[in-house]
Design a binder for this molecule. Structure first.
Ligand SMILES: NC(=O)c1ccc[n+]([C@@H]2O[C@H](COP(=O)([O-])OP(=O)(O)OC[C@H]3O[C@@H](n4cnc5c(N)ncnc54)[C@H](OP(=O)(O)O)[C@@H]3O)[C@@H](O)[C@H]2O)c1
Length: 253
C-alpha cells in the first residue's frame, strides 16, 4: 500500500532542506524523482546521490513563481519520465519582518513563491494528469504558520494560510479527476530557512518551550508524505496534516 514503485514524483525545492530529504526518502520507496529548484548544481548532486543508492532521478531547473519556467521544466520532465503522478509542492521562502517594515516587493516575493508557486505547479501538473487520464496526488507543503500566527511573519503566515485554503478548494475541483490534494503543515525543522534563528539563544529557548523540547528531524516528515502519495492514502482528500510535535495544539508556534 505504501509503495511508490515506478511512480513519477516531482519534488519542488529539492535543492535543500525538507525537499532534499523528501526526494531521497520517496526514491527509497521506489519513486522516479523529478527534482526541481533554481539551483541546478545542487540538484545535480542530489540526483547523483539518488542514482548511487540505486534510485532513478532527474533534475529540472524551475522557478515556481514564473509560469513559463514551470511549464518548460514539466515539459522536460515529461519527455524523460512521462506524466508526473505525484507532486510535492515544497518550494518556499520567508522574509521575517514586522508588518510595518514589509515592503510591497518583499510581500510579492513571498506570495509569489509560496502561493503563486504552489498554484502554478499544481495547475500545470493537474492539467497534464487530466489530459493523460491518469490519477494523481498533490501534496502542498504548508506550515503551522498557515494555521496560526507568529510575530514578524505576516507575509509568510498569509501565504501559508492561503495554501491551506487553496488545498481544500483544489481538492473539491480535482477529486472528480481522481487527483487528491492534501497539505502537510510542518512544525519546526532546522534548515537553511531558519538555522540562523535556531542557532541563536532565542531560538534555543523557544525549542525548550516546545512540547517535544526538540526540533523535528526532516526524515520525520516522510511517513506523512508517503501516506498521502501512495495508495495507502487513496480516500484522504482535502486535509491539512500537521507534523509538528504538537506545537500547534499547544498554540506556541
Ligand atoms: N523548516 C521548517 O521548519 C519549515 C516549517 C514549516 C514549513 N516549511 C516549509 O517547507 C518548505 C521547505 O523549506 P525548508 O525549510 O526546506 O527551507 P530551505 O532549505 O530554504 O528550502 C527551500 C527550497 O525552496 C526552493 N525555492 C525557493 N524559491 C524558489 C523558487 N522561486 N522556485 C523554485 N524553488 C524555490 C529552494 O531552492 P532554490 O533556491 O535552489 O530555488 C530550496 O530548495 C517551504 O515551503 C517552507 O515554507 C518549513
Amino acid at each position: 500500500m505504501f509503495s511508490l514503485d515506478e511512480k513519477v514524483v516531482m519534488v519542488t525545492g529539492a535543492s535543500s532542506g525538507l525537499g532534499h530529504t523528501i526526494a531521497k526518502g520517496l526514491s527509497k520507496q521506489g519513486a522516479i524523482i523529478v527534482a526541481a529548484a533554481r539551483r541546478a548544481e545542487r540538484l545535480d548532486v542530489l540526483v547523483d546521490e539518488i542514482v548511487a543508492e540505486g534510485g532513478r532521478a532527474i533534475a529540472v531547473e524551475m522557478d515556481v513563481a514564473q509560469r513559463e519556467s514551470v511549464n518548460n521544466a514539466i515539459d522536460m520532465a515529461e519527455a524523460s519520465c512521462g506524466t508526473i503522478e505525484v507532486l510535492v509542492n515544497n518550494a518556499g521562502v520567508a522574509d521575517t519582518k514586522n508588518f510595518l517594515k514589509i515592503t510591497e516587493s518583499s510581500r510579492d516575493y513571498v506570495m509569489g513563491v509560496n502561493f503563486n508557486g504552489v498554484w502554478n505547479v499544481a495547475q500545470e501538473v493537474a492539467d497534464r494528469l487530466v489530459s493523460a487520464g491518469k490519477p494523481g496526488s498533490i501534496i502542498n507543503i504548508g506550515s503551522v504558520l498557515g494555521l496560526t500566527a507568529h510575530p514578524g511573519q505576516t507575509a509568510y503566515c498569509a501565504s501559508k494560510a492561503a495554501v491551506v485554503h487553496l488545498t481544500k478548494a483544489m481538492s473539491i475541483d480535482l477529486m472528480r479527476h481522481q487527483i487528491s490534494v492534501n497539505a502537510i503543515a510542518p512544525g519546526w525543522f532546522k534548515t537553511e530557512m531558519n538555522e540562523h534563528y535556531f542557532n541563536s539563544p532565542d531560538g534555543k529557548a523557544y525549542v525548550e518551550r516546545m512540547p517535544a523540547r526538540r526540533l523535528g528531524n526532516p526524515e520525520e516528515l516522510l511517513g506523512a508524505v508517503i501516506l498521502l502519495a501512495s495508495d495507502a492514502g487513496s480516500f484522504i482528500n482535502g486535509v491539512v496534516l500537521p507534523v509538528d510535535g504538537a506545537i500547534s495544539v499547544l498554540g506556541i508556534v
